[in-house]
Design a protein around this ligand. Sequence first.
Ligand code: MN
Length: 203
Amino acid sequence: MLPLLFTLISLPYAPEALEPVISKETIEYHYGKHLQGYVDNLNKLVAGTEYDGMALEEIVAKAQGGIFNNAGQILNHNLYFTQFKPFESQKLKAEGNEPTGRLADAIIRDFGSLEAFQTEFEQKGVTLFGSGWVWLAADKEGKLVITQEPNAGNPITKGLKPLLTMDVWEHAYYIDYRNRRAAHLHALWQIINWEEIERRYNE
Ligand code: MN
């Protein structure tokens, strides 16, 4: 039997479609080189181990060390890159791109307002020391929480469902924003595909 290989996900938009929030060059490096690298590494690391043939989520829940790091980075980037929609279809102001429905109701219930949620989310991204990810996640009852996860961390290791994430590794923003992590995080709201985030919440 041939080994089950992990593969690079397809992007649901053209590589330049997120400009000017995320440049084509950043996509070429972040998706084309960094994510591809994690995929290649994981395929080498799991070959012949108990993790061979396991789903990414299961590996992230069970593994440690290099296998956890590479599986986590693939899972995180898959959720990250598929949560965006083209900038062209958006209004210029982040305030014009808002969630609706059950997810919007939950954000207001658990954070007070969309603005309060976004402010806290950005703040947790800015204050995450070093490399990692800031997440919006839901518990079993649907309550929303923001978590900071270092390195390749994902809230599924805490029993939470990951919904939305911002990557604060420097490779995510240094080409376009240099050291201005806060400016990068604030700009990302303009391209969040809230329909996809709500689909994850309702799943
Ligand atoms: Mn990244």
